[in-house]
Write a new protein. Structure first.
Length: 297
């Protein structure tokens, strides 16, 4: 009886784990595919440099005609071995999956047909956008494709360094090295592509988590709270406040809403409490129950 219960319990835990990680699997797989299309279809054929380990891989392809897949795979195996003790189990498992998938897809899509576009600046921007979408999908799911991710995570845990600064230095070094292979003009096109990649990645990461942080000061705070909780199904925090001029108690409501919900609240206040005071600001990322989960970090 105890044995069967234990097996059933482990099965339930496994099923719960699969349900929890399934979105990560889908997002990582699709994002990796999009990223590889950006590399093999819009970067390598036009001899653009790239950043990080992928940048070194495409340079090896340009100089020695080595498949980028082998460089990416071997380099990430070495980095994982170097930083094994510094990485969390979840990060390691998803990195192994991401690196394996990235390596296989780069080999499978090697020599893939690509559109002939004569404006190299347009191609550089397009390559950055495509790779930014793919990379952003992977990073947003909490997974990793290895490379500089492994380096910066290990350095942050060992020495407490600034991740963004060291990532910039690493990519700057790779782009500088690429100038000796593809020339100054090619390196500049690569810089444009890397910049577009970073901008799009940041927007993919923040667009799904962006909310409006709303403060409402109203004499009808009780009815406004009911509207937010019952009609919009949003949580509300009531902050104690006092009018600086009147000295009267004025509870301040704090709530996180989507842009659409913010407009609905404006219409509600305009009809029901036009003397209310409302402040709206951007919240680029929200973590916690009802929003982005902590396990995705």
């Amino acid at each position: 009886m105890d044995g069967s219960f234990r097996v059933k319990w482990q099965g339930l835990r496994l099923a719960a784990l699969v349900r929890a990680e399934w979105p990560t699997f889908v997002s990582t797989t699709l994002g990796c595919l999009i990223l590889v299309v950006g590399i093999m279809g819009f970067t390598v054929p036009y001899r653009f440099p790239d950043s990080g380990i992928t940048g070194l891989a495409v340079l090896a392809n340009y100089v020695w005609n080595i498949s980028p897949a082998w460089v990416v795979g071997l380099a990430n195996v070495a980095l994982l071995a170097w930083s094994w003790k510094e990485l969390s189990p979840r990060f390691v498992l998803w990195t192994i999956y991401g690196v394996a998938l990235l390596t296989v897809l780069m080999k499978v899509l090697e020599g893939m047909p690509h559109p002939v576009i004569h404006d190299r600046l347009l191609v550089a921007i397009l390559a950055g956008v495509i790779k930014g979408i793919g990379g952003g999908m992977v990073f947003r799911s909490g997974a990793s494709l290895g490379g500089t991710d492994i380096i910066v995570v290990a350095l942050r845990k060992r020495y407490g360094v600034e991740v963004g600064k060291y990532t910039f230095y690493i990519n700057l070094g790779v782009l500088t090295l690429s100038a000796f292979v593809v020339g100054i003009e090619g390196a500049l096109f690569g810089l444009v592509s890397v910049y577009a990649n970073g901008v799009v990645t940041d927007n993919v990461l923040s667009s799904f988590d962006r909310r409006r942080l709303v403060f409402i000061v109203s004499k009808e705070s009780a009815s406004v709270t009911r509207y937010l909780t019952d009609h919009m199904h949003r949580g509300v925090t009531v902050l104690s406040g006092k009018g600086g001029f009147s000295g009267e108690d004025r509870p301040t409501l704090l709530c996180l809403l989507t842009p659409r919900q913010t407009m609905e609240l404006k219409h509600y206040l305009a009809l029901n409490d036009p003397r209310a005071f409302m402040v709206v600001s951007e919240a680029s990322e929200v973590l916690g129950r009802g929003f982005k989960g902590w396990k995705e970090i």
